[in-house]
Design a protein around this ligand. Structure first.
Ligand code: RIB
Length: 309
C-alpha cells in the first residue's frame, strides 16, 4: 500500500551537549553530558507520524558514512519506507550541534552535508509516491527548489504542509502559495516577517503579514502557549492553548507537532483544523518531557485514547 504521509526532507546526526544554561556569545561553559542522536527536521517529523501509527515514506539524502547506515536501520525499525532515500558518494551526512539548557531550551547549528544534494530529479524519481500521498510534509533543511518541485508534483493530489524551519529571510513566495499550511515558530516568524518580538499581542499582525505574502493558511507555534491559526478564508487568529508542563528538552518539539499534525490530517480528515492543532499540541507537549528527539516522541499507547477517536 502507498504511504499516506510522504516527507521530502532532511536527516541529521545530532551531537547534543547538556549545559546549565545556553552560552553567551564568546563564552565557554562546562557541560554536564554529551549524547549522539538522530534528528533532522524531516526525519523527526516522519518518525513522529510513524510512531503514532502512520504509514510513512521519507525522501531524503545521506552521505556515505556509517551514520547513514545506523540511521537507515532506525528508519526501517519504525517501518518508514526508505526506498527513495539516497546515499551520496563523497558527501557526509548532515549534522546538528545542539546545546540543551537545564530549563529545556535549546540552540542548534546545522551543517547540511548530503541534505544539500536532495534534488528536484530525486523528487521526480518518487513521483508516484508523492502523487498518492494524502499528506506531503516539507521543511527548509533541503534545497528550496526541491521543496517547490515536490509541492508542484503533489498539487491537486492531497494536503500539503511546509514547515519554514530553519527560517530564511527571503525565499520564493511560490512555496507559500503552493502549500495548504505554512507553519513556523515565533523565532522563524520574526525572521520572515520582520516583526519583533512576537508575543500574544501581535500574532494577528504576524498572521496578516504571512497571509499577505501568499499563504493559504498559517500556524504559528508558540511553545508553552500552544499555537495560533489563521487562513485566507478566516483571517481572524484562533489561539489553541496547550497544557503547561516543566520541559526537560524542547529539541524536536516543533517536529513532533508537525508529524502529529500530518498524522491527524491523514488519518482523521473529518476533524476541524483547530482540533487537529489541539491534538498535535498534546503530542508536542508530551515530547518535551523526555530527552532527545526520537526517544521523546510518544507512541499511540503513551497518549490519551480520546486523541484517536
Ligand atoms: O528540530 C530539531 C532538529 O533540528 C534537530 O534534530 C536537528 O537535527 C535540527 O535539524
Amino acid at each position: 500500500m502507498a504511504p499516506k504521509i510522504v516527507i521530502v526532507g532532511s536527516c541529521m546526526i545530532d551531537f547534543t551537549c547538556f549545559s546549565p544554561r545556553l552560552p553567551k556569545p564568546g563564552e565557554t561553559l562546562i557541560g554536564t553530558r554529551f549524547e549522539k542522536g538522530y534528528g533532522g527536521k524531516g526525519a523527526n517529523q516522519c518518525i513522529t507520524a510513524a510512531k503514532l501509527g502512520a504509514s510513512t515514506a521519507l525522501i531524503a539524502s545521506f552521505g556515505s558514512d556509517t551514520f547513514a547506515q545506523e540511521y537507515l536501520e532506525i528508519l526501517k525499525k519504525e517501518n518508514v519506507d526508505i526506498s527513495h532515500v539516497k546515499i551520496q558518494k563523497d558527501k557526509h551526512s548532515g549534522n546538528a550541534h545542539i546545546v540543551v539548557a537545564e530549563n529545556g531550551e535549546n540552540s542548534i547549528v546545522i551543517v547540511l552535508g548530503a541534505n544539500e544534494s536532495l534534488t528536484p530529479e530525486h523528487a521526480d524519481s518518487a513521483i508516484d509516491m508523492i502523487k498518492s500521498a494524502s499528506v506531503l510534509l516539507c521543511q527548509f533543511e533541503v534545497p528550496l527548489e526541491t521543496t517547490l518541485h515536490a509541492l508542484k508534483l503533489h498539487q491537486g493530489h492531497g494536503f500539503s504542509i511546509v514547515n519554514g524551519a530553519p527560517a530564511l529571510k527571503n525565499f520564493d513566495s511560490e512555496i507559500l502559495r503552493l502549500c495548504d499550511i505554512f507553519c513556523v515558530n515565533e523565532t522563524e516568524a520574526e525572521v520572515i516577517t520582520g516583526i519583533q518580538p512576537i508575543d500574544l499581542s501581535n500574532v494577528q499582525q504576524v498572521a496578516d503579514k504571512l497571509l499577505d505574502k501568499g499563504c493559504n493558511a498559517i500556524i504559528l507555534t508558540l511553545g508553552p502557549l500552544g499555537a495560533a491559526y489563521a487562513s485566507k478564508t478566516n483571517r481572524n487568529v484562533t489561539r489553541i492553548p496547550t497544557t503547561k508542563v516543566h520541559p526537560v528538552d524542547t529539541t524536536g518539539a516543533g517536529d513532533a507537532f508537525l508529524g502529529a499534525l500530518a498524522y491527524f490530517k491523514a488519518y482523521h480528515p473529518q476533524l476541524s483544523m483547530d482540533e487537529c492543532i489541539r491534538r498535535a499540541c498534546v503530542v508536542a507537549t508530551q515530547s518535551v518531557l523526555k530527552f532527545g528527539t526520537h526517544a521523546s516522541f510518544p507512541t499511540k499507547n503513551d497518549l490519551p485514547i480520546d486523541l484517536f477517536i
